[in-house]
Design a binder for this molecule. Sequence first.
Ligand code: DGL
Length: 259
Amino acid sequence: MKIAVFDSGIGGMTVLHQIIKLLPNEDYIYYADTTHLPYGEKPKEILKKYIFQAVDFLIDHDIKALVVACNTATSAAIEDLRMSYSFPIIGIEPAVKPAVLESETENKKVLVLATRLTLKEEKYHHLVNRIDKNDIVDGLPLPELITFAEAFNFQEEQIVPYLEEQLKPFDLSQYGTVVLGCTHFPFFKDIIEKSFPKGTSIIDGSMGTAMNLKRTLEKRHQIGGGTGLITFYKSGEKVEDKDTLRHYDGLLKKLDCLL
Ligand code: DGL
């Protein structure tokens, strides 16, 4: 049986990359719902329909667990998904807790970078209200980074001006930790790091999600049985085009240096 990893696009590969490090002896099905991208700019009810369509497709592919490797899809649909399917479903949410713990001790603030929908959703507000007792957490949507990533555009000379413009209203010296609360953003980790003062930590929830998956499979005695094979799908179509597969392989290798 396979582990399904789901995102609107290539962002979930940042999570898949961490999962493979922890669980090399599994087979994977990676599903990118590219027809309906970007998720972060869509109304929640429409998104839920797309997410259920994708998961209904995945259940016919012999899966033992589903990783919703998308903060936006997690915030929009994780509870409904868990109520509708019987296999384990692991989500991802912005790593606000470790960020607040870290920054509070340094008298610094936290900046959460995510999609518009994630930052607007109740799930995120509950999380922040529970943890952020001293009101140190700010949020900023960066939708263009998703467009850049989907075009495999990681060119510093194009990303930096966009980031500079978006970060202009913020006093960056106040922030001790930046949370990458969208799974597309770790692809830009090095560039984001350079946009903040030296010493600012840049964190994301991908390893936490991978560990969560590992614990869940261990508890169910469902670890192993695969050979590290990854099958890619784009909104229900198997990806067989050699150039695209080469790009995906390149992305996973790029992440070896970033995460
Ligand atoms: N990768 C997704 C996330 O983690 C969002 C990308 C999109 O807006 O489609 O939130």
